[in-house]
Design a protein around this ligand. Sequence first.
Ligand code: AMP
Length: 216
Amino acid sequence: MVRVLIMLGAPGAGKGTQAVRLSASLSIQHVSTGDLFREHLKNGTELGSKVQHYMEKGHLVPDELVVDMLFDRVAAEDCRDGYLLDGYPRTLHQAKVLDERLMPATSLQVIELEVSDESIIERAAGRLTCDNCGHLQHQKFSPPAVAGTCDACGGPLSQREDDRPEVVGNRLAVYHDQTRPLSDYYRERGMLCTVDGGKDPKVVYKACLECLGEED
Ligand code: AMP
């Protein structure tokens, strides 16, 4: 049985942080569409140049560009036993394409991290991302031991362009408009488990495991 997990939640709700931990403890591949796009931007690919404008503005990349990239990635050998999707699906169309393309013997589970808009804005304002390894830290909640330096690899930490306050507002609006309806979509199918993402990351992690019927 192939295991596919989806993390839903607003930008900055903690999907990335939880996805890293959960994928490691469940031994499934972590697949983040945002990271894949940032990789394309860094490498100056054709896809990168097509998506840059959308990402900088905090808009969604058009479905057709996301879908092909995602399904190429999950067709790889390291996703054969399962994968955790972080940042996909973000539209109803993307969710429907996923349903169509999943192997019949797949167990699909969806975790939604619920966090208030006020907390999202506060989190994004202080979020620091390592330019080298993608590790996430926060000025207030997980400050680096050495200012400006990643605790994981020693690389330089910076604020993501799209975590600037003027872009975060856009990303939140897009989330409420286009992605939030997915909660109902999965709830109606009996696949959704909602976790209070406002708590300490360790508590959130435990709640996610509980949702999945896993032991710590
Ligand atoms: P993230 O790191 O998940 O917040 O993604 C960063 C940006 O990449 C988003 O604001 C979108 O512009 C784009 N993006 C990532 N995943 C998707 C997706 N599934 N659909 C559309 N755009 C996406």
